[in-house]
Ligand binder design. Structure first.
Ligand code: SF4
Ligand code: SF4
Length: 741
């Protein structure tokens, strides 16, 4: 038996083999580099956005996402499919690199004996590992092809580039095995065919193929076998370099752009929208530019987002607006802008295709019939006259009213997206332009913004009625006490909405039962501005934020406790952008978290059984935005007799929005079905007697859904605080001097 060894240019000859290989490599790398540089130039045409702080944290997370496939594996089945392709491809890539290092560096530098890497035991292990990982890759590719072209889920829409990606990888992997089989069956080393050497068995899959070749007469130096080997060798090489060259021009671009996008992801708290830089100075200009009206208005990072999208549709599959049948799909939001940015036909949500071209006549006769022709000849094709960068997007129907306002800003898309694309900021930026520049807002939005501006609340009710809910409860205000342990931030909904007022009164009873030293701002409290910000009215938001921050700075307190998920998020995560002292002078705590602490400390003792089967709905601004999943459940689980159940599949970070976020609590439904109704149906699958909520907006939305669907009293709707109070019985109130620091 001879020593195991790999001859690189066997059968094709070192001269012609290496010459064609280096030539193709040069061309492919040149084309790829040109394509990437062109893409980088496109990103750089966007507005500035500072994303270079905390570089080590960025790098660590990007590596964990890429090599740990963290986000990808969240969706188990397609995630596993992608992981098979990723790790199989990675192993073969490393294997090919080892050959290149041996051929181009170690052998020329150290000599053919000492410089050979693929020899002996190492070579045998190498062959075994690569044969195995090739099968892993093949399995992933077959799975992906089956999924995309046979069982195709709704969230996928196929394009020609998808076929290119799968076909090239299948060809490269398949011919890799055929080449191996033909080599083992025909190559002679030390006077014996490799197939007959024991070490050839390490390449077990190639060995099996070699056995077939021998049976059909293509082994042992057969002329046809050798010719076939040459053919596969050259086409394998050509397709491989075609793949390399096509990276920036096809879906392969995600190999580079998705990790880069992950590296530049937003490191601010998840609940904080990006402020508009120099807002007041911009407003003073004759022609202010606020938000996004054209492609050129997006930041470089948002333009990178567009290129990083791999059209997997995960965002769309979890989007409540999409489920409700609105015109919004977060996937199409991104892909439309990517098509526009790249000057390609724009695939629209309704199945039609549009193309932006400076010359309509030229475009509609030649390009629409060639490059721009949709796959389906019956598909409607529209040509929009204009420049892709400066074309007003909304005016030309590339975004619609229904699409932009039906977003509940729930963040489900962002949480699912394996490319870390920031859809919510994109949507809010588009809304900002509509609201602040174009004044193109739905009536519901207009009413809310007027209400906040004139009355300090979205319901447009008088400020003097803000504390009516507290009548008879003897609640101190901060103006009276100046310094307390807890500032109870009531919020507009618990101040004005009848159902939510009961939750605020419950909270006061719980504070008193636990002996919490608390006060409210009373008439000094005004809307946090959260709805205004999500509706794109950044100036009004910042004015509300400034007012509230200045009010809060007058007093001393250690904690701010809110019953509203939106107030909680904005005071905690967004007010610090404008001088708020959350995390410095005081902590901001959601009421479920605070109640969980009081129960854990024994200051509230749930003793009375509440014999109810309860499903908890995670509000987006508590769950996905602030990762509070356990505290509300801990409170519920502390209640004797209460059975906690979960909405199957749609709970915790995957809980669907109630439909009220992003200002939608005040808007008419945009879809065929209410998001609140869909969510209620998901929850009812757990067969609860009671639905527990932790945000007044959720309460409003579920009360509405229960009324409209006839669920009525068959499913009670209670805040977590109300269930807790129900179980306290007549336990004595702890001493008032309890310390909340
Ligand atoms: S934030 Fe929610 S509603 Fe808006 S696009 Fe994303 S998933 Fe859809
Ligand atoms: S935006 Fe993200 S989740 Fe949506 S299709 Fe693109 S890569 Fe997939």
């Amino acid at each position: 038996m001879t020593e195991a060894i790999r001859e690189i240019y066997w059968n094709v000859g070192e001269g012609p083999g290496s010459l064609s290989l280096y030539l193709c490599a040069l061309v492919a790398l040149g084309v790829m580099t040109w394509g990437i540089l062109r893409d980088i130039a496109r990103w750089r045409a966007g507005r500035p956005d500072a994303r270079i702080e905390r570089l080590p944290a960025r790098a660590i997370e990007a590596l964990a996402q890429v090599f740990g496939q963290k986000r990808v594996l969240r969706d188990r089945k397609p995630g596993s499919m992608h992981a098979l392709i990723f790790f199989g491809f990675l192993a073969l890539f490393i294997g090919t690199d080892i050959i290149a290092v041996e051929e181009d560096f170690t052998v020329p530098l150290i000599g053919p004996d000492a410089g050979r890497i693929l020899v002996g035991g190492f070579y045998q292990s190498y062959e075994f590992i690569l044969d195995t990982m090739g099968l892993v890759l093949l399995a992933g590719l077959i799975w992906a092809t089956w999924r995309r072209y046979r069982t195709k889920p709704d969230r996928l829409n196929n394009r020609g580039t998808d076929l290119w990606v799968l076909a090239t990888l299948l060809y490269i992997t398949g011919t890799g095995y055929l080449l191996e089989g033909l080599r083992l069956a025909n190559q002679v080393i030390g006077g014996a065919t490799v197939y007959d050497q024991a070490w050839a068995l390490r390449s077990y899959f190639g060995y099996a193929i070699a056995a077939i070749f021998r049976v059909i007469g293509l082994g042992s130096g057969s002329i046809v076998g050798l010719a076939l080997h040459s053919f596969f060798w050259y086409t394998h090489m050509l397709v491989t370099f075609a793949f390399v060259a096509s990276i920036p021009f096809s879906k392969y671009k995600h190999i580079f752009y998705t990790p880069i996008n992950t590296f530049f992801r937003d490191l601010e708290p998840k609940g904080a929208l990006m402020p508009i830089p120099n807002l007041e100075a911009e407003i003073e200009k004759d022609e202010p530019s606020l938000g996004v009206a054209t492609l050129a208005d997006f930041t470089w990072k948002q333009r990178l987002d567009f290129d990083a999208c791999m059209r997997c549709g995960r965002c769309q599959s979890k989007c409540p607006a999409n489920a409700a049948g609105t015109e919004l799909s977060p996937k199409f939001l991104v892909t439309k802008m990517n098509d526009l940015m790249r000057g390609e036909p724009i695939m629209l949500r309704d199945g039609t295709v549009a193309r932006v071209h400076p010359n309509v006549a030229a475009s509609s006769t030649s390009e629409a019939g060639e490059a721009g022709k949709p796959a389906d000849a019956q598909q409607q094709y529209t040509v929009i006259k204009g420049d892709s960068e400066t074309l007003p997007l909304y005016e030309h129907g590339l975004f619609t009213e229904n699409e932009l306002w039906s977003c509940t800003t729930c963040r489900a898309c962002m949480e699912e997206c394996p490319a870390m694309i920031e859809h919510v900021d994109q949507i809010v930026d588009l809304r900002r332009n509509l609201t602040m520049i174009q004044s193109e807002v739905p009536p519901g939005v207009k009413r809310v913004l007027e209400g906040i501006e004139r009355a300090g609340n979205p319901w447009r009710l008088p400020q003097r009625e803000r504390t009516a809910w507290a009548a008879g409860l003897d609640i101190p205000t901060l103006a009276e006490k100046e310094s307390v342990d807890v500032l109870y931030w009531v919020g507009c909904a618990p101040s004005y909405d009848d159902r939510s007022k009961r939750v605020a009164r419950t909270m006061v009873q719980l504070f008193k039962r636990a002996g919490v030293d608390f006060a409210i701002l009373g008439d000094e409290e005004t809307c946090t501005g959260d709805p205004a910000r999500r509706m794109g009215e950044e100036l009004l938001y910042q004015q509300q934020a400034q007012t509230n921050i200045e009010t809060m700075h007058q007093y001393k307190f250690k904690k701010v406790v809110t019953t509203c998920a939106h107030c909680f998020n904005t005071i905690k995560n967004e007010y610090p952008q404008f001088g708020g002292h959350a995390g410095l002078d005081y902590q901001v705590i959601h009421h479920t978290d605070f109640l969980a602490q009081l129960v854990a400390e024994g200051r509230l003792k749930p003793t009375e059984p509440v014999d109810e089967r309860v499903a908890y709905h995670d509000p987006c601004y508590i769950g996905r935005y602030n990762d509070i999943y356990d505290a509300p459940r801990n409170v519920l689980e502390s209640i004797p007799g209460l059975e906690l159940v979960e909405a199957p599949d749609w709970n915790r970070e995957r809980a669907m929005c109630c439909g009220g976020g992003g200002g939608n609590v005040w808007m008419e439904g945009w879809g065929k079905k209410g998001v609140n109704v869909i969510r209620l149906e998901q929850i009812q699958k757990a067969e609860p007697q009671t639905l527990a909520v932790a945000c007044p907006f959720c309460m409003v939305m579920f009360e509405d859904a229960a009324k409209n669907t006839g669920v009525g009293d068959t499913l009670a709707r209670k805040d977590v605080a109300e269930l807790l109070l129900q179980s306290l019985g007549s336990e004595p109130t702890p001493p008032a001097q309890a310390n909340d620091s």
